[in-house]
Write a protein that binds this ligand. Structure first.
Ligand code: HEC
Length: 239
């Protein structure tokens, strides 16, 4: 009897101890599973494994030839307009114009849509197409559409003419702006292409070394072309 009473509680303790262990193990497994599930879920939302690169890398230092991991600085509109044969440029511009077609027609006598008909717009006065009711802001802008103003307008219409009702974010690539401008030029305009002297090319050939080296390279390139060279390192990219 005495033995029985002394052994039974021990057995009970051992038994419940076992249960406790199993329960604890169960919780550990559960927690591990939960943790795994959560990390899969959070991975879906936060892409911790894939570093995302910003569109523009690094800082832009004014007056310095921009050449970093993102590639060389954007070319000028003059260079972009002369970068390939006209026929190719116009063909590329026709594709870009697909983005404009929901609002614009560029054919002679074409109707005004959400935006005005664009036949002959290059070289024409701004906001001057008959039968279209322009915003007061674009009408007040004045001037003519030339390569330069068209380039700035198409890059970011709302920045170039605040208050414009052209609901289009803009074309971020100078190649696209040059192409679509050339396409428009082939529809009733025929402005002469701006001259482009590949003088600035010396800048791109500058070594990837220290910043002063690149700057000196640009100066050398400008100097080598004589006093009338149109390149001066501080005024190359003013927009
Ligand atoms: C969502 C419609 C829409 C899209 C897309 C659009 N535009 Fe426009 N565009 C307009 C409107 C509206 C105006 C008139 C703006 C105003 O009066 O402020 C305009 C004005 C213009 C003008 C000035 C015309 C003039 O007579 O002075 C040009 C040039 C032009 N757009 C070119 C383009 C090009 C090129 C594209 C494509 C890359 C494009 N637009 C895309 C709606 C659009």
């Amino acid at each position: 009897m005495t033995q029985d009473t002394s052994t039974n509680p021990t057995a009970d303790v051992q038994k419940s101890g076992g249960d406790l262990f199993n329960t604890a193990a169960g919780w550990v497994l559960f927690a591990a599973g939960l943790g795994l599930g959560l990390s899969i879920l959070s991975g879906k939302y936060f892409h911790g494994d894939k570093p995302e690169r910003p569109e523009k890398m690094g800082y832009v230092v004014e007056g310095v030839v921009e050449e970093d991991a993102a590639g060389p600085a954007e070319m000028s509109i003059e260079e972009a307009l002369n970068a390939k044969p006209q026929a190719e440029l116009v063909a590329a511009g026709e594709k870009v114009f697909a983005k404009c077609q929901s609002c614009h027609n560029a054919e002679q006598g074409g109707a005004n849509g959400v935006g005005p008909n664009l036949y002959g717009v290059l070289g024409a006065n701004v906001a001057n197409h008959p039968g279209f009711s322009y915003s007061a802001e674009l009408k007040a802008h004045g001037g003519k559409w030339d390569w330069d103003s068209m380039n700035q307008w198409l890059k970011n219409p709302k920045a170039y003419v605040p208050g414009t009702k052209m609901g289009f974010a803009g074309l971020s690539k100078v190649e696209d702006r040059a192409a679509v401008a050339a396409y428009l030029n082939s529809h009733g305009s025929n402005l002469p292409l701006p001259a482009f002297t590949p003088a600035a090319e010396g800048q791109n050939d500058a070594p990837n070394g220290p910043v002063e080296g690149a700057d000196a390279g640009a100066e050398e390139a400008a100097g080598a072309l004589g006093a009338d060279a149109p390149v001066s390192p501080s005024t190359t990219e003013t927009e």
